[in-house]
Design a protein around this ligand. Structure first.
Ligand code: ADP
Ligand code: MG
Length: 319
């Protein structure tokens, strides 16, 4: 559907923002681009609809080079949602959503019908909202309009650049849920930029982890969690190393019989949290070995309790 072949972007100041990227995005796929600020996500995204011109390489959509498309045809068939709520302030919600259908010269009744349908899709009652101005809507409502505006002319591809990151956590969660539900029906090819791994894991069919203009890892959420290719990805996913993980928070004293039982099922103090979790998936209780001595046990229950508390504190889950 969208294919990057050795795509490089060098800005005028010789800043290489994207380095020889090869990437294929499938039809109907929800791909999340993730990585720290400045790693080239926005640049990669904006090259797809030619808002930024690539320096080297080729991008193809359905096999055809993007440079061979008429620019209007290309832009109108790619929906685009930005982080900053970018509705036209002087226009009504209906007029905002109708921009591209009007450019495409749809009939008035057809446009009105489409606006109603879209507003209903995201739970904004058309009679209540269509004649309002953007400032009469909350941030979350405005961003809903931003999403459906991108869908208005039924494009095949939707590009979303951190669309929910300016919203409060509750609105953000709600919009993520709604987008997932919407995608079940619309089955668009979505390229979604995020810097939040929890969001990426929740939304993506695949996640593309970037660093310094390059792809570090591309895989399903499961693959990224189970087999992070290096420490960078591991840290990004949020699985901490043993060093920062407090064994004291989970260790329990050894009862004699448990001690015996755990002679084979032990972890070492050098094991990563990841390894411990994998071993706990097989054994309910593990002995903790340090300098050749069993110093205590870790149980599945104590670990689950620790992880629950930890994600609560880090805001990964809601209380
Ligand atoms: P991200 O979206 O991942 O935060 P960007 O794609 O916006 O990253 O930027 C990638 C790199 O390119 C950054 O180092 C940024 O400073 C640089 N950059 C972005 N836009 C321009 C520009 N117009 N001119 C020069 N450098 C730019
Ligand atoms: Mg960006």
């Amino acid at each position: 559907m969208i294919a990057f072949e050795n795509v490089t972007k060098k800005y005028e100041n010789d800043q290489v923002a994207v380095k020889a990227i090869n990437l294929e995005i499938n039809k109907g796929e929800f791909l999340v681009l993730i990585g720290p600020s400045g790693c080239g996500k926005t640049t990669l995204l904006k090259m797809i609809n030619r808002l930024i011109h690539l320096t080297e390489g080729t991008i193809r959509i359905n096999g055809k080079r993007i440079s061979d498309y008429n620019i209007h045809e290309l832009r109108w068939n790619i929906g685009y949602v930005l982080q900053q709520i970018a509705l036209f302030p002087h226009m009504t919600i209906e007029e905002n959503i109708a921009v591209v259908p009007e450019l495409k010269k749809w009939s008035k009744p057809q446009i009105q019908q489409r606006v109603r349908e879209l507003l209903n899709m995201v739970g904004l009652e058309p009679d209540k909202y269509s004649q309002r101005k953007p400032k009469e809507l909350s941030g979350g409502e405005q961003q809903r309009v931003g999403v459906v505006r991108a869908l208005a002319a039924d494009p095949e591809i939707i590009l979303m650049d951190e669309p929910f990151s300016a919203l409060d956590p509750i609105s953000r969660t709600k919009l993520q849920d709604d987008l997932l539900e919407l995608q079940q029906t619309i089955q668009k090819t979505i390229v979604f930029v995020s810097h939040d791994m929890q969001e990426a894991l929740k939304l993506g069919d695949r996640i593309c982890v970037m660093k310094d203009g390059e792809i570090v890892q591309l895989g399903t959420p499961h693959e990224i969690i189970q087999n992070p290719v290096n420490d960078f990805v591991r840290e990004f996913v949020g699985i901490k190393e043993f060093g920062t993980f407090h064994i004291q928070a989970v260790i329990e004293p050894i009862a004699d019989e448990v001690h015996q039982r755990n002679r084979e099922n032990t972890i070492s103090s050098k094991d990563s949290l990841h390894t411990i979790l994998q071993k706990l998936a097989h054994d309910e209780c593990l002995g903790v070995e340090q300098n050749g001595k069993i110093i205590g046990v870790v149980t599945r229950a104590s670990m689950l309790q620790y992880l629950a508390q930890d994600s609560l504190e880090r805001g990964n889950i809601n209380g």
